[in-house]
Design a protein around this ligand. Structure first.
Ligand SMILES: C[S@@+](CC[C@H](N)C(=O)[O-])C[C@H]1O[C@@H](n2cnc3c(N)ncnc32)[C@H](O)[C@@H]1O
Length: 474
């Protein structure tokens, strides 16, 4: 008897898996952690070297030029580079949908079920951190994870909304790329978490399928003719996968087509064309499945669709009223940040505490109302206004004055919020005292305050690293 017994919910796939013993072995083994390098902050090779210095042998992922696979058992957060936003951890199979969707600078992108924001982040950076990504999720409590990701990765082109995707305003349309990474029974995450019982799955499947179908229908209607939609789940269930796509292809025979896809270096198994007596359209074989034993990943289903006809209502766009730039001007002067670092961005003040940097060409729909948007960059209630930690992480690498570069042990003390003693002469263009950009290996970490120099030239650096972030840094 193999590892997947008849009472296991995965046993129902025995007849559609090509190599059942290999599948059983794969689902019983731990999932390797994968990360991708922040494209505006570090190359994959530089990241690999940085990790190697810490004794971490990360291996390039063949099909994804920015991704690395970490050694077995290593947590992605074990290196400080994660907290500094140099890389992001995302399961390898989960990177595939947006890679296939291929958003390009200039595209307007909608992510209908976005939390915790992995695919939003991929899309936002693929757009060069400019233009428009709208990240939506129905679960208000999960939006904090998107907010945190925006800050850590310095995303300046994202607006976040909180609506049931199936009820999204029909006037919000006009997207070139739509991500429908729908809620599902999550069977493909079996290597990360324990499985729900077969009974629990049966109870929710019907409801899930109805919601998934409604969300994909909305995705189609919000996509511009000529635009593309990616439908994905992390489950094996054909009811939630091929069956949903089949229903939409039949509903929109003249408006929708399924595109063939491939990724050199990654084996993508074909979608199913039938399941338990039900026959799907033959083109469903062009949808793809990631079975865990093929590429040593989690399980995923992905269908790339093109909207070839029909209509799409485009409503009003939210107008960003630029704020008086004086807050940023003071900061730019203090740290001698070159204008090129702010090209294509504008500062907007809508909250009480912070002003946000947002792409000047950001054009989210006027409806639904946004919960938040842009990168909180300047704390406007402080006197004088100060860069936020996220602001330093995004802009600190460009600063040429009032900068302190810390060595490894100083940086550790700084992120633990301890006072750091600076060597005489340590620091770049330091003024008498006051706030400074703190860097490690040239990457912005956060803000600090330096004391006036003592007689021997040494100074103290007080850490302003946020208490809530400190726990994340090893
Ligand atoms: C598979 S997760 C999305 C993962 C995300 N795309 C990522 O890559 O980080 C599905 C998400 O759908 C959200 N969700 C569930 N029902 C929804 C609905 N009706 N409308 C919008 N979002 C929904 C859940 O809160 C959950 O965050």
């Amino acid at each position: 008897m193999g590892a997947v017994r008849p009472d296991n919910p995965l046993f129902r796939y025995r007849d559609v898996v090509d190599d059942w013993p290999a599948f059983e072995t794969a689902v019983a083994s731990p999932l390797p952690a994968t990360i991708w390098a922040h494209p505006a902050r570090i190359t994959r090779e530089a990241l690999r070297s940085l990790l190697a210095e810490a004794g971490i042998d990360a291996r390039p992922v063949a099909w994804q030029p920015s991704a690395l696979r970490l050694p077995a058992g290593l947590r992605p957060g074990a290196h400080w580079g994660q907290a500094a936003g140099l890389y992001h951890a995302q399961e390898e199979a989960s990177m595939v949908p947006v890679t296939l969707l291929d958003p390009q600078p200039g595209h307007r992108v909608l992510d209908l079920c976005a939390a915790p924001g992995n695919k939003t982040a991929q899309a936002a950076l693929a757009l060069g951190n400019r233009g428009t990504v709208v990240a939506n999720d129905v679960a208000k409590g999960r939006l904090a994870a998107i907010r945190h990701l925006i800050k850590r990765l310095g995303l300046m082109n994202v607006s976040v909304t909180c609506r049931p995707a199936q009820d999204y305003s029909p006037h919000a349309g006009g997207f070139d790329r739509v991500i429908a990474d729908v809620p599902c029974s999550c069977e493909g995450t079996v290597r990360k978490s324990s499985q729900p019982s077969a009974q629990a799955l049966c109870e929710t499947r019907e409801r899930l399928v109805a919601r998934q179908t409604a969300i994909l229908d909305k995705a189609v209607r919000l996509c511009r003719p000529g635009g593309r939609i990616v439908y994905s789940t992390c489950t094996f269930a054909p009811e939630e996968n091929e069956q949903v796509v089949d229903a939409l292809l039949r509903r929109y025979p003249d408006e929708l087509r399924l595109l063939p896809v491939s990724l050199p270096g990654l084996y993508l198994a074909p979608g199913l064309t039938g399941w338990r007596g039900r026959t799907f359209l033959p083109e469903l074989a062009q949808a793809v499945r990631l079975w865990p034993h093929h590429n040593n990943t989690g399980g995923f289903f992905i269908a790339l669709l093109e909207r070839v006809g029909g209509e799409c209502r485009e409503g009003a766009r939210a107008a960003e009223r630029p704020t008086d730039g004086h807050w940023l001007e003071g900061i730019v002067q203090r740290y001698a940040i070159p204008g090129s670092a702010l090209a294509g961005l504008r500062l907007v003040h809508r909250g009480r505490k912070y002003a946000q940097l947002i792409a000047a060409d950001h054009e989210p729909p006027a409806r639904p109302e946004r919960v938040f948007f842009g990168l909180p960059t300047v704390g406007v209630q402080m006197k004088p206004p100060k860069l936020t930690t996220a602001g330093v992480m995004a802009l600190g690498a460009y600063a040429r004055r009032n900068v302190v570069e810390l060595d490894e042990s100083q940086a550790q003390a700084y992120t633990r919020r301890q006072v750091v003693t600076l060597q005489p002469g340590q620091g770049i263009g330091l003024g008498e005292s006051g706030s400074v950009v703190v860097r490690r290996r040239g990457y912005g970490l956060g803000l600090g305050v330096v004391s006036p120099a003592a007689e021997d030239g040494s100074r103290h650096l007080a850490s302003l690293y946020p208490r809530s972030w400190a726990a994340e840094v090893p």
